[in-house]
Design a binder for this molecule. Sequence first.
Ligand SMILES: Nc1ncnc2c1ncn2[C@@H]1O[C@H](COP(=O)(O)OP(=O)(O)OP(=O)(O)O)[C@@H](O)[C@H]1O
Ligand SMILES: [Mg+2]
Length: 378
Amino acid sequence: MLIQSLEVRNFRNIRECSLSFSDTYNLISGRNAQGKTNLLEAIHFFSLGRSFRTRKTEEVIAFEEEYTHLRLNGTSDVGVRLRLDIGIERSGGLKASVGGKRLAGLSEIIGLIPTVIFTPEDVTLASGPPANRRVYLDYTAAQVSPDFLGELKAFRKALRQRNSLLRAVAEGRGDGRELTAWNEIFVEKGAAVVRGRIEMIAHISTEAGGLIGRILQKEEHLSMEYRCSFDPEGRGYEEALRESLERAEERERVRGVTLVGPQYDDVSLFIGPVELRRYGSQGRKRLAAIALKLAQATVIMRQRGERPVVLLDDIFSELDAGTAGGVRGILADSFQSFITSPRPTDLSGSDLGRRCFVVEGGVFEEISGFPERAPEAP
Ligand SMILES: Nc1ncnc2c1ncn2[C@@H]1O[C@H](COP(=O)(O)OP(=O)(O)OP(=O)(O)O)[C@@H](O)[C@H]1O
Ligand SMILES: [Mg+2]
C-alpha cells in the first residue's frame, strides 16, 4: 500500500492541511506538542477505524470545532487507486466512504490501509509485562490465520465463562457444576492457542532475527522462547493443561478465578545470548521491539500480499547513529514509512526519495532536508 496524499481538517491541532507523500521515507520533525503524533494518528485512523490513542473518538476533533474530516488517497500494491473519507461529528455522527461510496460504519474501513505503528511505549514489548508479548503474538497470528482467530475467540470465551462460574462459587452464589463442560473447551482451545503462538514465534523470530542481523551487521541474532506456564514437559499441551486444571481446582474455587492456562504464558527474547528483559540495555530492548514490529509487517505482507505502511513515532531516542541508520536502511527496501522525531538531526541523511516536513502549531511545511548531526564520540 502507498499513501499518496492526506487532507486533514480539524483533527486535533491540525486545522487544515493537504500533504503529498513520498513512496519511501516521510520524515517529520518539530518541537514537542506541535502535531507530529497527531499526523500519524490521522493516518492510522484509516487502518483501525478509530484512534490508536483513545477510545473516545470525539477527542480527536479540534477544540471548539464540531467535526473533523480526513481524506486519504492511496494505491494498493496491485495498482488499485483508493480514495477514503472519514467524517466525525461531535454530536456522535460517524461517516466513512470509499471512492465516494458510503460505508455502513467506520469498522468497514478496517484492513483497507494496513499499517504497523511503533510508538515509544512499544518498547514494553521487550521490557514490559508478559501481557504485551501475548497481545503482540495473538494479534499477529490472528492477522495471518483466521483459524487461529477462531481458536483464540473460543478460548477467551471459555476463560470468561470459567471465571464467572468460579467467581460465583467463591462468593457462595453457585456450586460450579457447569465447570466440567467448560474445562474441556478450555483445554482444547487453550492448547490450540499455545500451538498457534509457538508456530508464529518460529516465523517471527526468523524474520526479526534476520532484521537484527542486518541492522547490527554482525552475527547477533534475535531469538524467542515460548514460556509455557503449565509445563508440558514430555506430554501434549492438552494433557498438561488438563492436569494443571485438576490440581488448581480447589484453589480456583476459593480465589474465584482461573489460575492456570495460556493467559499466563510469556515469551523470552534474546539478542545473542542476552535475555533482554533481565539484562538488555535500553537501546537493545528498543531495537528488539522495532524488529518485532517490522517482522510483524513482513509477516502481514506475505499473508495479505499487501505491504503495510510503517509509522514510526519518535523511535530513534536511545539508538546510536549506526543502529538508527540500520533501521532506516531496512525500511528503504520494503515499506513506505512515516518517521517522526523532535530532534531534526535524527532525520538527517539523504535517503532515496525522502520528503521532509516540519510542523509548528499543527501547520506542516515541506523542507528540502534536515541538518547533519555532529559526529559521535568514539
Ligand atoms: N482535540 C484537540 N484539539 C486541539 N488540539 C489538540 C487536541 N488534542 C491534542 N491537541 C494538541 O496537540 C498537541 C500535541 O500534538 P502531538 O501529540 O502530535 O505532539 P508531538 O509533536 O507528537 O509532540 P511530542 O514530541 O511531545 O511527542 C498538543 O499541543 C495538544 O494540546
Ligand atoms: Mg509525539
